[in-house]
Ligand binder design. Sequence first.
Ligand code: HEM
Length: 422
Amino acid sequence: MLSRGSREHGDLVRFRLGHRKFVLFAGPEAHDCYFRAPEDQLNAKAVYQFTVPIFGRGVAYDVPPELMAEQLGFLFPALREAAMQRFARIMFQETKQFADGLGEEGEIDLPHAMNELTVKIASHCLLGQEVRDQVDSGFAEAYHELQNGINTLGFFLPRLPTPAHRRRDRARRRVAELFRLIMTGRRDSGARPDDFMQMLMDARYKDGRALGDDEITGILLTVLFAGQHTSAVLSTWTGLELVRARAYLERAREEVRGIYGEAGTMSFASLKRQLTLEHAVRECERLHPPLILLIRKVLRPVRYSGHVVPAGTLAVVSPAVSHRLPSVFADPDRFAPDRFAPPASEDKQHHYALIGFGGGKHRCMGKSFAYQQLKAIWTVLLDRFDWRLDTAFPEPNYGSWVTGPKLPCRLHYRRRSDACVR
Ligand code: HEM
């Protein structure tokens, strides 16, 4: 419906769902207006209240935007190059362990497998070794219960005491207790590992105040929720598209052979050189953005292109719609990763042509992490296995907050004998 609206009406499309009024901003110029608007005009906090029972009180969308920015800002140093070097090895080790467990030949449920793998990578890289050690003994289960707390009803009535919401609240208490025990253990032992949790334990607000354990738990959950499922879904689409585009997959594999040779070590630098694979990931970001709708509440009227979007409206940007505009991307429904290589470099025509990671003040802080992770995963999986999809290419499942493929979505694999990435 939104795609048709933008084809027929251009940059701004007004529509209603029930009693709610919406306006879609489509195309790079409209994105520019949307992402530049100040928080007191286009407001994220008013829309993302359903996250408060999950992330917790006193963090993220429960606090004023300046405070949320300060809280997330503590994490930037933990995403700089030195950390990314370390993450490259963790991403490799976790994926290798996953691949080693697959045996010679079989079938995997790809979305499920990518979900498990990215929970391990995210908890190991971002939350720390102690949480990673507890993934199989309680953490993953509690985390999935929390994820199940995100549902349509929760979007409108996040505090309604439904069974799913009660399970969500119980799971949050379990996660909070686990994190509290880890933080207490670190303080008692004096251990100071190099991770997000420690970064937050050492951080001070501008007024000199240290963060409380509950705030630290909330910020860690915010990042985990923002980064894990989205990565799992984009990794799934990347695998599916590569397996369908055999010739491109072979090019990506040749690139792996060229860079890693007989037995090359995966590193931050080696992953950076894998542009063929990177363009495939970018093409999947374009064709299958995990977040298909970004939403803000209009608090003050927005003027754009001779129109006024009134206060009270819900303003949306849809990466899924905008990424398929033929005025921006040539032959937009085709999987063509080379569109991102020179001379075409289609994403470079406008800084908001490609918006799978958002833009402006709320743009994703984990984009480089996500790209590196997806490249690490598919480097190992292409190196170790041949892949085949025996069913039709799956349709997107728009019924979920993060848009993955409809199930079942199984891939057949057979181990190769010439693996070279170490
Ligand atoms: C493929 C993976 C990912 C995708 C597609 C994705 C996409 C996005 C998008 C579209 C937004 C903007 C939301 C909006 O404007 O309403 C966003 C925000 C955010 N992302 Fe990501 N993301 C991914 C991975 C990550 C990772 C790995 C992390 C953490 C390391 C992360 C942390 C965040 C945070 C904290 C925000 C909120 C920023 C704010 O509101 O100020 N994301 N992401």
